[in-house]
Design a protein around this ligand. Sequence first.
Ligand code: NAP
Length: 300
Amino acid sequence: MLTNRHIVILGGDARQIEVIDKLIALDARLSLVGFDQLDRNFNGAMKVTMDEVQPRTVDSLILPVSGTDEEGTVETTFSNQQVKLTEEWLAETPDHCTIYSGISTPYLDHIAQKNGREVVKLFARDDVAIYNSIPTVEGTIMMVIQHTDITIHHANVIVLGLGRTGMSVARAFHALGAHVKVGDRNPRQIARAIEMGVDAFYLKNLGDEVDDAEICINTIPAMVLTSRVLSKMPASSFIIDLASLPGGTDFRFAKKRGIKAIITPGLPGLVAPKTAGKIIANVMQELLEEKFKEEEEDES
Ligand code: NAP
């Protein structure tokens, strides 16, 4: 239980509703900043503004999946007001105050480090990334169906990166009957792709592998679909870039070549906010209970 623990949820989208419900059930004291337009009230949680929160009372701070931008502003689906996490505000929180965020950003890392606060990156955890890959795959299939006029079955599909998301994507498209070819830089992942029954190639040879690509799904957060590679890809190809912003595609050149290329951040929150929220809520429960138990043991 999280009785008497003051947790502030700073902005976010529909996924945070699952987190709020979970933390209320665990008896936390919750302050919700950036939820003034949410058409729902919670028994056991207060909708407040940033100015109304006393930072020195805060035990934990939960940010949206995207963290903050470079000015400290957080995404707020349920508010038109700007919500900002400033260094001055953070400095007033107690030393034990931990920040939880989907990913970190240079701004967040900087202010946390300067003030000796820990940032827990939920999406760096393998379990969260793998669970999250499930709605990501469903969203990817939805996007591919919407943006192409061919079936996935028998389509030539290239998946770039066989990490936690790429693995699930490759497996799902293979199961749907696509001809899947995986590009990765790591021999271990090449071997894994072969074991899964899909074709594989080293990323350095990407330019030689794209001439028959009908669908290309990128999960590598680095520039891989360069102008050199795109120049060898059919103009009728469809690229869906799942990697975190700015993605791994030269979108300017893709447009010039007439290749339809889209970047689709936050698919889990878009296609399955409830499931995606439960994934975050479950891990938040685990982390917060563990942390407060440790603190109680240290105090006794
Ligand atoms: P991951 O497990 O770390 O996989 C990333 C893959 O990219 C690995 O195969 C990795 O290879 C490769 N890679 C990374 N940097 C590279 C580089 N410079 N050159 C070549 N290969 C490189 O990450 P993940 O959890 O699968 O997530 C992948 C991306 O998708 C992330 O950007 C994540 O934020 C994003 N994502 C987006 C959505 C969405 O809704 N759009 C949903 C989930 C995740 P190595 O193993 O060799 O490093």
